[in-house]
Design a protein around this ligand. Structure first.
Ligand SMILES: [Ca+2]
Ligand SMILES: [Ca+2]
Length: 251
């Protein structure tokens, strides 16, 4: 009845070897760490078959990025897509047993994750281009999860997706501890050319204001390409990105 039994790819033909279960307690919960943030579009829960099926009644699926209250304070899942790293199942009642034979999560992965990132120049050891695709939206510069260029004219950043995708959505996380306006006016360009470092590829969207530490998603009619560039045209700027996520496919 270990927690891992709910993700062992066995929906529970043998109940005693393929299901997870808690003790009888208040607000029993189970949590899955996806390790990265995904757009979750579907969750399949397999209940116990041999008995006690009513135990699952009232269970809530919660998805998000917080571990506050063991992740049980994340928003309740709504069909149609939610971003998050943690998937919780909780029965918010007294004296309940949570038994879960299998939980499957389907959705879109972030194409930029694991891609190779480069930029026009690098401000410091804490500011590597790769920090913007490390799967971490941490927005405090000193914690080493943001990319920063020098104050270049027309600074740029690029990620190689390693394959051609129909990109429909890019999410950008702004720095949280200062410098809110550096992000404004960034162009998102996507394509297959490395001419001018990829900065001549098709313009997909232009980034407006993003509040400190926030993540904003830019959606557009699909643009095909292997390279995603972010460039600040026409001014000297320290191009600063705490996370860039790239998604494909219509929602
Ligand atoms: Ca199982
Ligand atoms: Ca990051």
């Amino acid at each position: 009845w270990f927690a891992e039994k709910a993700i062992d790819s066995n929906r529970g033909l043998q109940q005693n070897t393929a299901c997870a279960s808690t003790l009888n307690q208040t607000n029993p919960w189970w949590r899955l760490d996806l390790r990265h943030i995904y757009r979750v579009s579907r969750v399949v829960v397999t209940n116990r078959k041999d008995c006690c099926t009513e135990q699952m009644n009232g269970a809530e699926i919660r998805i998000g990025n917080s571990l506050e209250s063991n992740g049980n304070n994340n928003p309740i899942y709504s069909c149609g897509g939610m971003d998050g790293r943690y998937v919780n199942l909780i029965i918010p009642e007294d004296m309940k047993i949570l038994t879960l034979c299998e939980l499957e999560v389907y959705g879109e992965g972030n194409l930029a994750l694991g891609g190779t990132a480069v930029q026009s120049s690098t401000y410091s050891d804490l500011a590597a281009a790769q920090n913007a695709v490390d799967g971490n939206r941490e927005s405090v510069y000193a914690l080493g999860s943001c990319s920063v260029t020098n104050g270049d004219m027309n600074p740029w950043w690029r990620v190689d997706l390693s394959d051609v995708y129909r990109v429909t959505r890019v999410s950008i996380t702004n720095r949280g501890d200062c410098c809110e306006k550096r992000i404004e006016g960034i162009q998102i360009r996507i394509g297959n050319s490395l001419e001018n470092n990829g900065n001549n590829n098709e313009l997909a969207a232009t980034v407006g204001p993003i509040p400190l530490g926030n993540t904003k998603t830019f959606e557009f009619k699909h643009v095909k390409g292997r390279y995603v560039n972010l460039i600040v045209p026409g001014r000297k700027e320290y191009l600063t990105l705490c996370e860039v996520e790239v998604y494909s496919g219509e929602r």
